[in-house]
Design a protein around this ligand. Structure first.
Ligand SMILES: Cc1cc2nc3c(=O)[nH]c(=O)nc-3n(C[C@H](O)[C@H](O)[C@H](O)COP(=O)(O)OP(=O)(O)OC[C@H]3O[C@@H](n4cnc5c(N)ncnc54)[C@H](O)[C@@H]3O)c2cc1C
Length: 669
């Protein structure tokens, strides 16, 4: 412990201990920054400095499952977007972490990946090496999966495929010790409405319905960039971290080579003295979707007109810096089950006996309190949502793209968007990727999340004060294809609620409300109900060919300058249909390999030739197989023990008896 502590102290420095120069400077010690710093400092001959605006959050509560929904303001940059015409001029909540470990320290711990197609379209856009086959090794390198208990697995028929999806990486993933019984009925209903059921989403088949783990260790504590990539390398003397400092600018020499950064203590007034630190090899921007483009713009790399307006000398005119902003906008379907199974997600609030039992269980780190925000998703392909999908695609293809893009998009930016749109519309017609997400965990209400929006937003420097927070415009719900897909989703969700299995729960619609039936009424409901962000903002320094207004090339270096790269979520060109944390780990792992190979000829660069076949291995696409009855088994208290169509265990654990709830459901109470 003493050794570890002195190691930690050696690595965390104050400004007075800064060296004049480091081989690598990583800007931002968030999720991607800690991964890249860890990997680059594996070579003890290279010095690495990380500069992070936030502090450590050492509160033990921040690693507990309950932290998944708390989003504490102390760990976030707290700002809102400009008014959003697409959602009735409401402002959007802006989510960006400001703490060591970044988004991985604060996030909801839903840990999934996109489908193979979601990454293959990055490659198709002109980014060789960034398709599924180029990224899977890095998904595997970052994560270790541990199966849940045999009892939970059997009771809920939880499925996974370690061999195809996981490796031996620093981030731990597993399932909590609990699921809500109503989820079994929901699984059946998905099959009844024709949703493909996949045994593993993380192996390239993240479409249809599938189970997803949480990024937690086996005690259900948050497993994140700090525990995975920072704490274990306490003894590296060549790795330094300065916290509580903001990186202001990257400075370039006359040859446009990035030479140094200027930093300023957090909380000091703008215009206060700054410190300059040199990088002899490379500066890697990992300040996240909100600040990576802002730092670029402040440094003279961005849209010429904006930089001139802000009085910034133009080093490289890159119109794409701060454009192409994407997120997963969200609406909601509110239902009530009038004959719900018990316990259900509401029971922790409504049933004191159950709550006491849950608290007792949690003292042994078991039971409902091990759960975060749920572990099952539907990511629905468009042709499954609606038989009318071709009309939506035709409308998208026929539209004048520029009319829905942010003002001031250049011809290259419009061309870049049209390339994205055409690739997206072609993939929407297929059934190997999804366009909306519907999380389900036994509750009656859920989010309806648009996973592949066509609307694009911006993050722009404030010309009057370049050190103030940038202006965020999600431009949400502006491209008409977006509401068309969500309207189809609401109708499909109603079909799911009307599926035979669901009738035992007697679902009753609250919102949008059964009286709203026409497309126009539902689109209007979306305008009033939709949120612009699910905290997956990305894509503001996109990897794409320069003639399509890309900001970085496939080796992640910034166009028009040298010695500067981006390694965070900003580089994504098209948002994948997944929560973004696992994808950021894969990007950062790959970024580190690309950087290492630039400076060490003995290290092979990851291939940048287009991937070969990226077809995922076929998976189960029939109904979720019913659990087979093991020779002898017991059901834990609150679990299902009988009912029509039920083929699992029927013997209740000591202290509970199998009790009839309704024709479809008996339960150990
Ligand atoms: C509230 C929230 C909930 C989420 N929930 C989920 C979820 O359940 N599942 C999932 O998969 N994904 C989730 N995400 C998304 C995911 O966590 C992020 O996409 C991911 O962490 C982004 O990683 P990053 O490295 O690009 O940026 P970050 O991790 O945000 O790192 C950027 C870092 O740069 C620092 N920084 C910024 N500006 C400067 C500057 N000028 N100088 C120095 N440092 C600076 C910041 O303080 C921050 O630490 C969530 C995100 C948030 C914010």
């Amino acid at each position: 412990y003493v050794e570890m502590l002195s190691g930690l102290q050696a690595r965390q420095i104050n400004a007075g201990q800064l060296a004049a120069a480091y081989d690598y400077i990583v800007v931002g010690g968030g999720q991607s920054g800690l991964v890249i710093a860890n990997r680059l400092s594996e070579d003890s001959g290279r010095s690495v400095l990380v500069v992070e605006y936030g502090y450590f959050d050492n509160n033990p509560a921040q690693v507990e499952p309950a932290s998944a929904t708390q989003y504490l303001s102390r760990n976030l940059f707290n700002l809102s977007s400009v008014a959003q015409p697409g959602i009735g001029n409401r402002q959007g909540q802006v989510y960006a972490a400001s703490v060591v470990g970044g988004g991985s320290t604060v996030n909801g711990m839903l840990f999934d990946r996109g489908s193979a197609e979601d990454y293959d379209i990055w490659e198709r856009l002109g980014n060789p090496g960034w398709g599924w086959s180029g990224l899977l090794p890095y998904f595997k390198k970052s994560t270790t999966f541990t199966p849940p208990s045999p009892e939970l697995t059997r009771e809920y028929n939880i499925t996974w495929d370690i061999e195809r999806a996981y490796g031996n990486g620093p981030v731990q993933a597993t399932f909590p010790d609990w699921q809500w019984p109503g989820i079994k009925i929901q699984w059946k209903a998905w099959a009844e409405v024709g949703m493909p059921i996949n045994t593993e989403g993380a192996a390239g088949d993240a479409f249809g319905a599938y189970w997803i783990p949480s990024n937690v260790d086996q005690q259900y504590r948050r497993s994140y960039a700090r525990t995975g990539y920072w704490d274990p390398v306490a003894n590296r003397a060549n790795l330094k971290l300065l916290i509580g400092y903001r990186v202001n600018e990257v400075l370039f020499n006359a040859n446009k080579r990035a030479e140094s950064i200027t930093i300023q203590e957090r909380g000091s007034s703008n215009g206060a003295p700054t410190i300059t630190v040199k990088a002899t090899q490379e500066i890697i921007l990992c300040a996240g979707w909100l600040h990576t483009p802002q730092i670029l713009q402040r440094s003279g790399v961005g849209p010429r007109a904006l930089l001139q307006q802000a009085g910034v000398n133009v080093v490289a005119d890159l119109p794409g810096v701060g454009s192409n902003l994407q997120d997963h906008p969200v609406s909601r379907a509110g239902f009530q089950y009038q004959t719900d199974v018990v316990p259900n997600p509401g029971s922790l609030n409504s049933d004191a006996t159950f709550r006491t039992w849950a608290d007792q269980q949690w003292q042994q780190r078991k039971g409902p309190r091990s759960m975060g925000v749920g572990n099952a998703l539907v990511t629905a392909p468009l042709p499954i949502l609606t038989s009318n999908f071709q009309a939506i695609l035709d409308k998208g293809k026929a539209q004048n793209a520029a009319s829905y893009l942010p003002r001031g998009y250049t011809a290259a930016q419009v061309a870049g968007f049209v390339a994205q749109r055409d690739i997206l519309l072609a993939s929407f017609a297929k059934q190997d990727n999804g366009v909306v997400e519907i999380p389900f965990s036994g509750g009656a209400s859920t989010s309806l999340v648009l996973m592949k929006p066509l609307s694009r937003g911006t993050v722009l420097l404030n010309p009057a004060n370049r050190y103030a927070e940038p202006s965020v415009d999600f431009n949400v719900n502006i491209n008409p294809v977006d509401p068309d897909i969500l309207v189809a989703t609401i109708k499909f969700f109603r079909r799911w609620m009307a599926a035979p299995s669901m009738q035992q729960l007697t679902p009753v619609e609250q919102t949008p409300g059964a009286s709203l039936t026409s497309d126009a009424q539902l689109a209007n409901y979306l305008t009033t109900s939709m949120g612009a962000s699910t905290a997956h903002s990305c894509c503001t320094a996109a990897m794409a060919p320069q003639e399509q207004a890309g900001v970085v090339s496939a080796d992640l270096t910034v166009y028009g300058v040298t010695g500067l790269s981006v390694g965070d979520i900003s580089i994504i060109p098209i948002i994948p249909a997944t929560h973004t944390c696992a994808t950021v780990y894969a990007i950062a792992e790959k970024a580190a390999d690309l950087i290492k190979a630039r400076y060490d000829p003995s290290i092979p660069s990851p291939p940048t030739t287009p991937g070969t076949s990226t077809q995922p291995v076929p998976t189960t696409t029939t109904a979720n197989p019913q659990p087979t009855q093991p020779p002898s088994c017991t059901v834990n208290k609150w679990g299902q023990c009988g009912g029509q169509g039920y083929t699992g265990c029927t013997t209740c654990a000591a202290g509970s008896t199998c009790t009839f709830s309704n024709d479809w459901y008996s339960q150990c109470l």
